[in-house]
Design a protein around this ligand. Structure first.
Ligand code: AMP
Ligand code: MG
Length: 415
């Protein structure tokens, strides 16, 4: 039987986060590939995207109305002569607005030469070739100057930007039907436990279906990783070691189970034998206290890969992924660091816990805008995946708070 890991250290939640962030900052992503813009949502930019023209490219009308010289409208009400119409996508500008003149203009159209403001159609009244302007305007009103949003050559999207819909819009507006993105990191997923069976198999009464490999794969894929599920590892050192070696050949290895204090919890001792370095071997959190983070070579001489030993209880596995593994995966994907996302909401009921641990308890966030409320889901502890599936967030209980009062504002972690 291998010796237990000697480098044990149990950190506070903040300390553990700081360690993961420190390691994430060391990761350098190199390989990139081209991706069609249509398929690039959620991927991470391996290049910077700069404006290929001014945004907007011309003085863009922001209202429907009449393009005028503000000086002419100063003495409103005034009557101006209408010299024509400019609309978005109309023939290229040929009009010039001179003193005493106005041009009818539509939102999105280029302001004609000579004009320096748009009077909203609501403040005008048209009759034949003339228009009555009922309100004065300031020069510069109701249009966006050329290049006001970005000048040609300005940085619009930095390398490391995750392509959310708003970023996709920018790439499209710069004419990029293909973009350079980082290769998706390969994440090996290894569930351990003699009680586990593949989901296709009929479990005997004492067996449990391996659900963690699937929840983890879904979490990995959701943040742009390429998940590879390895066969279930038994609680036996030789077989475990072989699968660990296979998993460590990936960019990241996520283990589930086998990290507690039990006699058959072999993940740490076997990794230790394989030359692993442990950054921490536990965090003062619930669920997920036994979480392990480290790096180990797949075989002697190989470059070490990061691993997380996630506690096997299904809620712990998922919470620990969100709290820690996701940050490292973001870095491996080449993405700029993204902080954990918290919202604030009023607790619908009192929450009593023993102090000492930072807790992330499955909860339901409801109500919109100023009425956000949160309520714990009733659960049977960190093995209760049914309760977790009813939750849409985690209510955060700080370690120094034995009680949160009903009606108190609390933080919730958004997955
Ligand atoms: P462990 O962390 O190995 O002590 O496992 C803690 C609990 O989680 C036990 O009840 C296990 O049966 C359960 N568990 C471990 N791994 C999995 C898995 N891959 N899928 C579902 N449940 C699991
Ligand atoms: Mg186990």
């Amino acid at each position: 039987m291998p010796e237990p890991a000697s480098q044990s250290s149990v950190l506070s939640f903040e300390q553990a986060r700081a360690v993961v962030e420190r390691e994430a900052a060391k990761v350098r992503r190199a390989e990139s590939e081209g991706a069609e813009l249509l398929r690039a949502a959620g991927r991470v930019l391996a290049e910077a995207i700069v404006a290929d023209r001014d945004f907007p490219p011309f003085r863009r009308a922001a209202r429907d109305g009449f393009a005028v010289r503000a000086g002419d409208a100063a003495g409103a009400p005034v009557t101006l002569r209408v010299i024509g119409e400019v609309r978005a996508g109309g023939p290229e500008a040929h009009l010039e607005v001179r003193a005493g003149e106005a041009a009818e203009i539509m939102t999105g159209a280029p302001l004609p030469a000579g004009a320096d403001a748009v009077v909203m159609v609501e403040y005008t009244s048209r009759s034949g070739d003339s228009v009555d302007i009922q309100r004065s305007v300031q020069a510069g009103e109701n249009f966006v100057p050329a290049g006001a949003e970005a000048k040609r050559g300005d940085l619009l999207l930095a390398q490391g930007t995750r392509l959310a819909p708003a970023a996709i819009a920018i790439a499209a507006a710069c004419g990029r039907h293909e973009v350079n993105v980082f290769r998706r990191p390969r994440v090996a997923i290894l569930s351990t436990g003699d009680e586990l069976v593949e989901i296709a198999a009929g479990p005997r009464p004492n067996q449990i279906r391996n659900s963690n490999s699937y929840s983890l794969a879904a979490q990995v894929e959701r943040v742009g990783g390429d998940a590879v599920i390895l066969p279930i590892a038994p609680d036996e050192p030789q077989a475990l070691r072989k699968l660990l070696q296979e998993g460590l050949a990936s960019d990241l290895l996520l283990l589930s189970g086998g990290v507690s204090m039990g006699k058959y919890d072999l993940v740490e001792p076997v990794l230790s034998e394989m030359g692993a370095q442990f950054f921490f071997t536990g965090a003062q959190i619930q669920p997920g206290k036994p979480i392990v983070f480290g790096a180990a070579p797949a075989s002697s001489g190989a470059r070490p890969a990061y691993f997380f030993g996630l506690p096997g209880n299904p809620v712990s596995t998922m919470v620990c992924f969100e709290l820690f593994a996701r940050t490292l995966l973001d870095a491996l994907a080449g993405a700029s660091p993204r902080p954990l996302q918290f919202a604030h909401a009023r607790s619908k009921a009192a929450v009593k816990t023993k102090p000492g641990l930072t807790r992330f308890l499955p909860a339901i966030l409801s109500g919109e805008h100023r009425q956000a409320e949160v309520e714990l889901v009733k659960w049977q502890g960190s093995g209760d995946m049914a309760a977790n599936a009813r939750a849409n967030c985690y209510l955060v209980v700080p370690p120094d708070r034995p009680e949160i009062k009903s009606g108190e504002m609390v933080s919730v972690l958004l997955p």
